[in-house]
Design a protein around this ligand. Sequence first.
Ligand code: PLP
Length: 410
Amino acid sequence: MQWDSYFAKRTELTTRSTIRELLKYTIQPEVISFAGGLPAPELFPVERIRQATNTVLTQHGPEALQYSTTEGMPELRSFLAQRLSSETLSVKPENILIVTGSQQALDLIARVFVNERDRVILENPTYLGMLQTLKPYDLTYLPVTTDDDGMRIEALPELLRQQPKLMYVVPTYQNPQGTTLTKQRRLDLIHMLEPYPVPLVEDNPYSELCYTGEIEPSLMELDAQSLGIRELNGRVIYTSTFSKILSPGLRVGWIAAPLPVIDKLVAVKQSTDLHTSTFVQYIINEVVRDGFLESHIAQLRTTYRQRRDIMLAAMEHYFPQEVSWSHPAGGLFLMVYLPQYIDAQELLQEALAYKVAFVPGVDFHVGNSGHNTFRLNFSHESPPMIEEGMKRLGQLLKNAIQQKDLPLRV
Ligand SMILES: Cc1ncc(COP(=O)(O)O)c(C=O)c1O
């Protein structure tokens, strides 16, 4: 069969994720990998999940193994609604849709909101998985450049006048840069959006992984405050996940949104997977009871804060002065900025020979930019491996800078 001629036209622009492909090479035990967005596996609460699974099977076996509603398990929706509510915002269980990882949230949101060739505002760089989701729609991106304080919102009014269909932001400990939109910029952003009826997607998987300073209020909260309402009925569609605070293998995330949006997303989700695994929802509901999540997140913060600090100190020590990098207050990533003449994709080939891996930044960028950047994950490798990895990378960077007139070996 000539399969290519049978594939639907909309799949033409769909390609496999570079990171997922890269992970095949980086899982070799001798490679020190800073490539994936992997949580530390030794911190997965295996015993707690084992106990929860036993309890679920003993006490709720038949229901947990049955089909269930698309919206998700009522108890879990209530738990999440309560967690998202604050003094000024009251999120109801009906505002919550349980999804199969927040990646599914992004896919459903795209399917509900964008038509081919629409315009979408996003940060540049932004989350690679969202770019992959949006690819088949052949969109016109309206990219917003970023600095240490997140999106440079002064560029927004001009973009908003171009009638975008959607705006997508990862405002807190962003993937890939680890940067955070400051409180003042959040307020200014919400204010700037006032005259424009554009839905705002707030993708927020990392805000609980905070190591320095305070967690900024969500755009969802600030939006409701600016409208003077307590209920979730503004422009924000919020998504987050258990992947980074419990385990990504469970594949459970959620969307919080106004009721008409939830209604439409439910209809689209039905056609995708009917519902997220009933069994896994029961297990998570059992795991998170009694404040477990709070103590677990505290432990994650301690370990990841230490790893971030070790990575930053080692970079300071080993990296040449021509190179700079972001200083994240939380999350799992930081970004390295190289001199313009170094291409991080070419550098990666060299790095793999040194048995160290990162993700070239170009895949997080739109508009053919970011060739001289790469992303490092600091949650997965142990402190000695982080130290050794930065040493190898530092040497590699020094070599690349010294040889700037020579083509890099590929
Ligand atoms: C910004 C962002 N959004 C969404 C996701 C998807 O997460 P999951 O599908 O595991 O919930 C990730 C994963 O790395 C991410 O970094």
